[in-house]
Design a protein around this ligand. Structure first.
Ligand code: NAD
Length: 728
């Protein structure tokens, strides 16, 4: 065996050390699954072995679960069309774990690090679990987060250990538990200091060792009752309704998890795991799982390792950064930098304004300390890294500058000049503008090759994406250095070329605009936002418009009109916004007045006056109509993303999909707008867009690129698949 080492001690207890060669972390590869069978055979056949303890030989953790690269790539051989073969392949893990569980000898898991997915499922198939006492250890079944279903008995064992209600968030949302929580839930039996896990596990095997799982005993009862009991059935009735409310039926994984649990809990365990495998396969083969695994796991991981970084530029260790502007964005940027150990100079016009910006980090740190998530000393060390000042001389020695002053060309030009006067030639200047083209801003710079857009999202401490924007003169070296910075502050970078709204704001804008089109078409606002949410977007387009601020979108529209001149297409909804902003002073959520009213207490309510500005003409919408609204909202964004490819604004499908989901919350079940088009097929998408264009206008017209792809049967991932960026 290459993945497991077995050593039998004087008491006849076998220590099985799980250690996949050549990998920093244990994962359940096909060879591991095969060898679990061999481990079971060894334990069974050697009479000298009384029981076993399974632990990990890695310092990184116990096991991170299935190899999603293997699963997601070739669908793990499951997609061959031969259902029997697919079932056998899918059932292999369940079969191996069940053999471990029913081998007749007591087995304890000594969990000395994180156990996720199939890793946790392996321990659940052991008869006893001891876990190291460390708050860093996460125990979780995160499959649902990437559109999958735990397929190694997790849906059956966790529910039989915890009860359906308690297990639901761990199965459906992939929530993780810390050792102490797991003990409370009776998912593990002991929490001991890290250096004692193996000993404690051995002691159990030696003194109490019980080789029969609770669910294989006659008197077993599901905690809280199974689906056939009065209390248990309530969980499913309510659970189904809640699931529908949260997912709108967009996520097969969550629905299939519910089904596997409901059906599995009514039959003996061996039948239950076969049911689980069927739902596992059904989920795995869904286009949603394919898109989600690729974007939310594989691509995210690749981009998180800097896969888009130009080769040939030495690693740039950013140690000191000056942040210009200590407003909402600057304050958040200063905080994430300090969290990453970067010395930060936070500059504003006055010392008072700069101090106020640091106050944001102080608030977050205080909260973390009071909740026991951070020690006082650590908190103080982080805050000591932020130096608020009004003095540009302190920019000196910075490896990078992030400019986050007012969205005004002149103000930005002035601070660029002031900061650059202090900078070394090797330093990078990044602008966090949300709308102003980088090439134009770089005109104020004496070193435009080192000038780049570093576009953060609000709130900075929560949003994981950073959009890097290449100006006409930005060098590959500046890009590589900026990527190193983004990775250091633990965000995911995507790289785009200069264009109005760049990539994320441009595509997101179309969602908000289509909401306005629907409004001016005469659809009821409640229908627009409800269907908007049902597409899988985080909120409806009108709600999101309120969040962005109506006056801002009005200002941007005015500016765009000025910049585009004759090319600007006036839309009927423009007057609605104009009247709301200019006539009614309704700026959105920020002043409590937008499409909705935001009372001091209680939920928001639609503004009554809206029906005068946008009279409802289509009050009743049938299923076909709902589908059309849904398609308009989603395809409008996807066709814009395709245009961004045609114009070279974005060049990598992974970045387009990851950027969409992380940046503006594009419906995650699709795997992103590009996966949505690829999944549908370019020809089908073009056909749908042509029909929408005929009915609603040229904004839906597919770009020539899509027509070419449709003619050739190409996909974005095929045509624009992962490419190396040119060396500097
Ligand atoms: P803000 O108004 O909260 O903060 C701007 C800060 O810059 C203020 O504190 C102001 O005093 C300071 N400032 C102005 N002139 C200065 C100068 N000469 N020297 C030093 N400081 C100066 O604005 P914000 O929301 O933080 O936005 C800042 C930038 O980030 C803008 O370019 C904006 O477009 C961009 N942005 C904003 C968001 C967002 O969601 N708010 C998202 C991405 C990017």
């Amino acid at each position: 065996m290459e993945n497991f080492k077995i050593e039998v001690d004087g008491d006849g207890i076998a220590l099985v050390t799980f250690d996949v060669p050549g990998r920093s972390m244990n994962t359940l590869t096909a060879s591991v699954i095969r060898e679990i069978g061999e481990v079971v055979e060894t334990l069974k056949s050697d009479a000298a072995i009384k029981g076993a303890v399974i632990t990990s030989g890695k310092t990184t953790g116990f096991c991170a679960g299935a190899d999603l690269g293997e699963l997601g790539g070739a669908e793990g051989g499951f997609g061959s069309g031969d259902l029997k073969a697919a079932f056998d392949a899918g059932f292999a893990l369940n079969k191996a774990f069940r053999a471990l569980e029913t081998g007749g000898k007591p087995i304890a898991a000594a969990i000395n690090g994180l156990a996720m997915g199939g890793g946790l499922e392996m321990t659940l198939a052991c008869h006893y679990r001891v876990v190291a006492d460390s708050p860093k250890i996460q125990l979780s079944l995160p499959e649902a987060k990437v559109g999958l279903l735990p397929g190694g008995g997790g849906t059956q064992r966790l529910t039989r250990l915890m009860g359906v209600m308690a297990a639901a968030p761990f199965l459906l949302e992939g929530k993780s538990m810390k050792p102490a929580e797991a003990l409370g839930f009776k998912v593990v039996h002991e929490v001991v200091p890290a250096d004692q896990v193996v000993e404690a596990a051995k002691t159990w095997v030696k003194t109490k060792g019980d080789a029969v799982a609770p669910w294989d005993k006659k008197d077993f009862k599901i905690p809280g009752g199974g689906p056939y009991t009065a209390s248990g059935s309530q969980v499913f009735i309510m659970g189904n309704a809640m699931l529908r409310k949260q997912t709108y039926g967009n996520y097969p994984a969550q629905l299939n998890i519910m089904k596997a649990v409901y059906e599995g809990l009514q039959v003996p365990f061996d039948a239950a795991i076969r049911i689980e495998t069927r739902y596992f396969l059904k989920t795995l083969m869904s286009p949603q799982a394919k898109g989600m695994i690729r974007t939310l796991f594989l691509s995210l991981q690749e981009l998180g390792k800097g896969s888009g970084r130009p080769a040939g530029v030495p690693h740039y260790d950013v140690k000191k950064v000056a942040v210009l502007g200590a407003g909402m964005m600057g304050a958040g940027i200063a905080y994430v930098q300090a969290m990453a150990g970067i010395e930060t100079v936070l500059i504003d016009q006055t010392q008072e304004a700069a101090d106020k910006g640091k106050g944001y980090a102080e608030g977050l740190v205080k909260k973390a300390v009071s909740r026991g998530k951070m020690t006082q000393e650590k908190g103080e060390a982080i805050l000591a890294l932020i130096h608020p000042t009004a003095d540009y001389a302190s920019v000196k020695g910075s490896d990078l500058v992030v400019e986050a002053v007012f969205e005004n060309r002149d103000v930005k030009a002035e601070v660029t000049r002031k900061a650059e006067a202090q900078l070394a030639d090797t330093a990078i200047f990044g602008s966090n503008t949300s709308t102003l083209p980088i090439t134009g801003l770089a005109k104020a710079s004496v070193r435009p090759a080192s000038f780049i857009g570093i576009h953060f999202f609000s709130p900075v401490d929560k949003m994981g994406l950073v959009e890097l924007i290449m100006g006409q003169e930005t060098s590959q070296e500046a890009l590589a250095k900026s990527i190193d910075y983004v990775l250091k502050i633990k965000k995911t970078p995507i790289v785009v070329n200069d264009s109005r709204g760049f990539y994320t704001s441009r595509c997101f804008g179309t969602f908000v605009q289509e909401g306005m089109e629907l409004l001016s078409d005469g659809y009821a606002p409640a229908i627009i936002d409800n269907v908007g949410r049902a597409t899988g977007m985080p909120r409806g387009p009108l709600e999101m418009h309120d969040d962005v601020a109506l006056d801002l979108s009005y200002k941007i529209a005015q500016q765009t009109k000025k910049d585009l001149g004759d090319k600007y297409e006036e839309r009927p909804f423009t007057t609605i916004i104009e009247k709301m902003v200019e006539g009614e002073g309704r700026y959105g959520r920020k002043n409590g007045k937008g499409f909705y009213d935001y009372p001091e207490s209680g939920p928001k309510v639609l503004w009554k006056g809206l029906s005068d500005l946008a009279p409802v003409r289509i009050a009743e919408v049938d299923k076909v109509g709902i589908e059309e609204i849904r398609t308009r909202l989603l395809y409008r964004q996807a066709v814009e993303a395709a245009r961004c490819f045609e114009e070279g604004v974005i060049t990598d499908p992974r970045e387009a999909d990851v950027g969409a989901i992380l940046g503006w919350g594009f419906a995650p079940w699709t795997g992103g707008p590009i996966s949505l088009i690829d999944g549908l097929g370019a020809a089908e998408f073009v056909k749908a867009c042509d029909a929408l264009a005929q009915k609603h206008g040229a904004r839906f017209s597919p770009p020539q690129l899509l027509r070419d792809m449709a003619a050739k049967g190409e996909t974005f991932y095929g045509r624009f698949g992962a490419k190396e960026r040119a060396a500097a």
